[in-house]
Design a protein around this ligand. Structure first.
Ligand SMILES: NC(=O)c1ccc[n+]([C@@H]2O[C@H](COP(=O)([O-])OP(=O)(O)OC[C@H]3O[C@@H](n4cnc5c(N)ncnc54)[C@H](OP(=O)(O)O)[C@@H]3O)[C@@H](O)[C@H]2O)c1
Length: 312
């Protein structure tokens, strides 16, 4: 809604947030750097204009630490304790709330020990400004160090039929430590859907214009995988996106799919995944259609891959 995947309409965005809360969605995830404050202000406006019982239902998960220049360019990360408190102060103001439910650094700052960043959030928890501490795109070693510093409730990380890297080391680690997963990229940035085509024109600000998975031969190979999934979806009378969300839900109670929507129409389609049941035969067919590691191209451009921290 604060464009990463094409333009959004403000009125429809707010109506979509209201419709989500009305349908029983409780988790709203954002980052202070999404549209450089735009997304938090949008959520703040949506909460202020929502009915009281809907407002109370909303749990806010906020990421911080990614730095942007005035031109919108990405210029690093900051996980120093003073910066953490400063980021939180501005987020509370923009959201118009007195506490954030889950607060997390978007990428582990390579220059600041994770213990210091998490320790600063723990101080915010003590003072009541934050309820719980989360992580985002952290690797197994950092997850362990963070969990040894303070209780960690969840790790936000990319996980999808087509992106299963976390199954090797990270998921066993979070399960051992009792940490949940909020899975993003469940639709692989809209690839796992009935709507993404080879000739789709993308604005330069669209993430997918620069993502290796959406370029040239990689895109074609990935669309072939989507085609294989489409046959399974058609057989069940559902959409590819619904299969992708139902698959994420099937991976365990600790996996919470985090799915974006620009509009109420998209939201309704995604929520329809809750009525899709995948039995053992369906799961085997999905596995055959898209084996682990079948995706062509990395999930981020090289420079962003380097800052993921999932190897640390
Ligand atoms: N921690 C992190 O590093 C990180 C990174 C990225 C995202 N996130 C979080 O995860 C959330 C989800 O983001 P995401 O990157 O996974 O992308 P997403 O917003 O879930 O999906 C990307 C695109 O998929 C398409 N789409 C959504 N629902 C669809 C449906 N039912 N059918 C067909 N297409 C559909 C839409 O594209 P079109 O409308 O353009 O077709 C949408 O913009 C974000 O809002 C953010 O909070 C976290």
């Amino acid at each position: 809604m604060s464009p990463a995947y094409g333009e959004s309409d403000r009125t429809e965005s707010i109506a979509t947030i209201h419709a989500a809360l009305d349908a029983g969605v409780t988790l709203l995830d954002t980052g202070d750097f999404y549209g450089m404050g735009h997304n938090e202000m949008l959520i703040g406006e949506a909460l202020r204009s929502a009915r009281a019982e809907l407002r109370e239902r909303a749990l806010l998960s906020v990421k911080f630490g990614a730095l942007r220049g005035p031109d919108g360019g990405w210029i690093g990360h900051d996980g120093r304790p003073a910066a953490v408190k400063n980021f939180a102060a501005y987020s509370l103001q923009r959201l118009g709330v007195d506490h954030i439910d889950v607060y997390r650094i978007a990428r582990v700052d390579p220059d600041v020990p994770i213990e210091e960043t998490v320790g600063a959030i723990a101080e915010l928890v003590e003072k009541g400004y934050v309820r719980h501490i989360g992580l985002s795109e952290a690797g197994a070693a950092n997850i362990r160090r963070a969990a040894a510093t303070a209780p960690i409730v969840d790790l936000q990380i990319e996980y999808a039929i087509i992106t299963r890297d976390i199954e090797r080391e990270i998921l066993p680690t979070t399960r051992e430590l009792g940490i949940g997963i909020t899975a993003y990229g469940v639709l692989s940035r809209g690839l796992l859907s009935n709507t993404f085509t080879r000739d789709r024109q993308l604005a330069p600000t669209d993430f997918r214009a620069h993502s290796p998975r959406f370029q040239g031969d990689n895109l074609q190979r990935n669309l072939d995988l989507v085609e294989a999934l489409r046959k399974i979806a058609d057989g069940k009378g559902v959409s590819v996106a619904q299969i992708a969300i139902a698959w994420a839900l099937s991976r365990g109670e600790d996996i919470v799919p985090l799915v974006g929507a620009h509009s109420r129409e998209r939201l309704t389609e995604s929520l329809g995944a809750l009525d899709v049941t995948l039995d053992a035969a369906d799961l085997a067919a999905i596995e055959e259609a898209v084996p682990a590691d079948a995706a062509a191209g990395a999930r981020y451009p090289a420079a962003q891959m380097a800052s993921l921290g999932t190897e640390q």
